[in-house]
Design a protein around this ligand. Structure first.
Ligand SMILES: C[S@@+](CC[C@H](N)C(=O)[O-])C[C@H]1O[C@@H](n2cnc3c(N)ncnc32)[C@H](O)[C@@H]1O
Ligand code: SF4
Length: 453
């Protein structure tokens, strides 16, 4: 071992309190032996990260297509009614310019892409020509290997044909995520959607017939007019479609939706109460687990252990480049969002400027809170070891009181190796996440955590 390192005085300073004691302790004499020009000390370096340096982690791509054939009453996403083919042509042209500009600006062309997610709005309204132009541009400016890629397109029943599906497949798409919401015609109509349950079934069938796709269906728990009978019918119909992925979102009544206006503001329609929605979700949970579906997140179920790689990568903190109006991305520790009106988005790109609207540079503490909020209590494949590997400490040690309270109240199982949600914990998964994240924030705020090296 290096002699100089051996001679360095190694005070046991682990916290501010220790430091004060150390400085006040007359027996510890200062020396001028230390000469720090580098951190971490070389003796800790090894070859573990060489590979990561040569091949930086994969990249996800999100592309937002804001056009829809209707505006659904519950929907809070950035969307607009589709009026003409020219309107979408113009958008796709700007998207392609953005892709070229961003890839060049950030030097992304060589970085391996492992997931593409085309969301909306309704990406399946793109014509075959528009889709072709978009994917050709993506493939030209990114390092995409179709054999090692998850490529998802969000599709609405009735907005795609078999020929479109063939084209998706030829261009590397291997996952279709279909918004169905309900298989009861009355409930569908009450949400201002245009398709019927029969149309949804027919659309799912055509995806099966073309083959080669993982199929996800979105259902919404807590839609206007829902009863236990209509909900059971929706679940049974979904289960009868031989799909391998099912996502059940709790319908949240956002202030920018028609349901908020009609259900909360003017009260012209009745939305299910909070406790009724919990009953719907409890029923769904029991049914799906009885049918051998596994949960890979607190609201996503899978038949054969398949999942959304895109969501997993994103939650776990992988970089994601965002294209299109209002889309969200993350590069390094900076989260960012594009401008959220097409007019402003076009203006920027016309001037050869990136269309970024706002951003947030996450500190080390933010990264920890984010990891706990999105992964620890949400992903069913997230071990404590993964957190320790990333951040160097065990969060159970940091918030023992919150952990024992959550165990006592039946939200998490009594374990020390991993955070495992009980059924009650799954139903209130976001609550559990929040309790954990808030407790950690509290500890950070008091600055009780020591810094060790
Ligand atoms: C952006 S949409 C795209 C789906 C496609 N446009 C369609 O409607 O078929 C993705 C999903 O978000 C979900 N979603 C929309 N509004 C929601 C809300 N207020 N609360 C929870 N989930 C919502 C819906 O389940 C929808 O399928
Ligand atoms: S749910 Fe889908 S179709 Fe309906 S408004 Fe939202 S994005 Fe458009």
């Amino acid at each position: 071992m290096d002699k100089a390192i051996n001679n360095v005085v190694q005070p046991s300073v682990k916290s501010l309190e220790d430091l004060t004691l150390f400085i006040n302790d007359s027996s510890e004499q200062p020396t001028r032996e230390e000469f720090y020009t580098n951190y971490p000390f070389y003796k800790y370096w090894n070859s573990d990260s060489n590979e990561k340096l040569l091949n930086p982690e994969g990249l996800s791509i999100y592309i937002h297509i804001p056009f829809c054939i209707q505006i659904c009453d519950y929907c809070f996403y950035n969307k607009e009614l589709i009026k003409s083919k020219e309107q979408v042509n113009e958008y796709v042209d700007f998207l392609c310019r953005e892709i070229k500009m961003v890839s060049e600006k950030y030097g992304l062309k060589t970085r391996k892409v492992n997931a593409i997610y085309m969301g909306g709005g309704t990406p399946s309204v793109l014509t075959e020509k528009q889709f072709e132009q978009l994917t050709a541009t993506l493939y030209e400016h990114h390092n995409v290997d179709p054999d090692n890629l998850e490529f998802t397109v969000e599709a609405e029943p009735g907005t795609f044909s078999k020929s479109k599906l063939e084209q998706y497949k030829a261009n590397g798409v291997n996952r279709i995520s279909m918004g169905v919401q309900s298989f009861d015609d009355e409930i569908i109509k009450l949400s201002s959607r245009k398709h019927t349950a029969a149309k949804a079934i027919q659309s799912i069938q055509s995806v099966h017939e073309i083959g080669g796709f993982n199929i996800n269906i979105d259902l919404l728990s807590g839609l206007a007019g829902e009863t236990m009978e209509t909900w059971e019918k929706s679940l049974d119909t979904a289960l009868g479609q031989s799909i391998n992925l099912l996502t059940i979102y709790k319908m949240k009544t956002y202030a920018n939706t028609n349901f908020f206006m009609k259900g909360v503001h003017t009260k012209e329609i009745e939305l299910p109460s909070e406790s009724r929605e919990v009953e719907f979700m409890t029923f769904a949970l029991d049914k799906l687990l009885a049918e051998d579906y596994q949960m890979w997140s607190t609201f996503a179920f899978s038949k054969d252990h398949s999942k959304s790689g895109y969501i997993e990568h994103t939650w776990r903190g992988q970089d994601m480049v965002a294209y299109g109006v209002s889309s969200f991305g993350k590069l390094g520790n900076i989260n960012y969002q594009n401008l959220n009106t097409t007019h402003l988005y076009y203006e920027r790109i016309k001037n050869d400027q990136l269309p970024i609207f706002r951003s947030f540079d996450l500190s080390f503490k933010d990264l920890i809170v984010k990891e706990l909020l999105l992964c620890a209590a949400r992903l069913f494949s997230y071990t404590k070891q993964e957190f320790i590997h990333k951040f160097g400490f065990d969060y159970f040690d940091l918030i023992p009181e919150a952990i024992s309270q959550l165990t006592l109240k039946g939200y998490i199982e009594d374990r020390t190796d991993e955070l495992v949600l009980t059924k009650q914990g799954i139903l209130f998964g976001d609550f559990v996440s929040k309790v954990i994240a808030d407790s950690v924030k509290n500890v950070f705020a008091k600055d009780k955590i020591g810094y060790t090296y």
